[in-house]
Write a new protein. Structure first.
Length: 363
């Protein structure tokens, strides 16, 4: 069985290309991103798939007096309506269903309502997803969340932890979502869903905020590992920094070298951080703002489940890229373009995924 997400080069064949530039771009992009081994034939029984998706301002169409959501009303800057919401939610459901994650973290969701709509009012209704969500302290009301297949994992514990900036409470950031679950095969996994402060205002001027978010996440990880030194911890999110930036390497302590031993955390995007690939394109440059970081026990395969660097990448389906003129490079097909004009796409980020392999026993 061929799995489209692993080898986009296989799925492009037989499909009429938009143009030669797009076809060549997707071939090269996919070969850079997803050069890992093919999945075992018995997918998905031997694989536990985790995804993450920044869904770009998934607001509902109604006013929430407790949050600053005026831009996303019918009379707001973006002219947001129920019809536009429903088109966007159907787009996102199409992407997620194609990835078919057992667990997927999301960010830039306004509330629980939009996530519930996503899993109960779209094609995802057939897949048996449930959700975890908490309202965070972000003034705009955008949160992180997590959806999961109830038949593949049993959620045991959830919590939400604020990211606090001492001396500057005027602009609180998104909380970190914690979810503990047990797979159908019996492995316990700890998930931390992140959306760290943006670079708006400049990377250097805002770096201290991402460092604080990183240290908050690391303290949560340390408390988990204090209780169980072999705990299998998965951090995912839009970190608004790249794998080699200080917030990831120093604040969180995530090692980008897959061959290095003796570390507690490894960034699964580290192996491809030098390639011109990624989940987000900024001024023509690709990079991984959206990442997975795992504890060393998952790299070692402790407890019957294992993570591999090269089983991690971008779900770069052709339909989530913009249509372009000859010679141009396609970009993520976003809901709004850089000028704020509505174009009716999916998101300005590409979704990322990682496959954990069950290496003993049966799920």
């Amino acid at each position: 069985m061929k799995i489209e997400i692993h080898r986009q080069i296989q799925t492009i064949s037989g499909i009429k290309p938009i143009n030669m530039a797009l076809t060549l771009f997707l071939l090269l992009f996919s070969m850079n991103c997803l050069a890992g081994p093919r999945p075992p034939k018995k997918y998905p029984e031997k694989i536990f798939r985790v995804g993450f998706y920044n869904v770009e301002n998934l607001f509902d169409w109604e006013d929430d007096p407790l949050t600053d959501d005026q831009q996303f009303l019918s009379n707001g800057d973006y002219g947001w309506t129920k019809e536009r919401f429903e088109l966007k939610i159907s787009h996102l459901a199409k992407v997620i269903r194609k990835i078919s994650p057992d667990v997927m973290g999301v960010c830039e969701v306004e509330n629980r309502k939009v996530l519930d709509y996503l899993i109960t009012k779209t094609v995802l209704k057939k897949d048996g997803y449930s959700l975890v969500h908490y309202d965070s302290h972000d003034k705009r009301g955008i949160d992180v969340g997590l959806i999961y297949k109830k038949g593949r994992i049993n959620v045991m514990k959830t919590a939400s932890y604020p990211v606090v900036f001492p001396g500057d409470m005027s602009k609180p950031s998104r909380d970190i979502l914690y979810v503990k679950g047990r797979t159908a095969a019996g492995q316990e996994l700890h998930f931390l869903v992140n959306h760290w402060p943006s670079r708006s205002g400049g990377k250097e001027k805002t770096e201290h905020k991402r460092m604080l978010a990183a240290k908050t996440a690391r303290r949560l990880c340390d408390s988990i590992l204090f209780s169980d030194k072999d705990a299998r911890v998965v951090l995912m999110g839009d970190f608004n920094d790249y794998p080699n930036d200080k917030s990831l390497t120093e604040g969180l302590g995530a090692q980008v070298d897959s061959t290095a031993s003796g570390h507690q955390f490894y960034n699964l995007m580290g192996w491809q951080s030098t390639n011109n690939t990624g989940s987000y394109n900024y001024k023509g440059q690709w990079g991984f703002l959206d990442q997975f970081v795992v504890s060393s026990s998952l790299i070692k395969g402790n407890g019957g489940i294992q993570a591999f660097f090269k089983n991690t990448g971008v779900a770069d389906f052709r339909f989530i890229f913009t249509k372009v003129k000859k010679g141009q490079i396609p970009l993520p097909f976003s809901t709004y373009n850089h000028e704020g004009k509505y174009i009716g796409g999916y998101s300005d980020h590409l979704p990322v995924y990682t496959d954990f392999y069950f290496n003993q026993g049966k799920p």
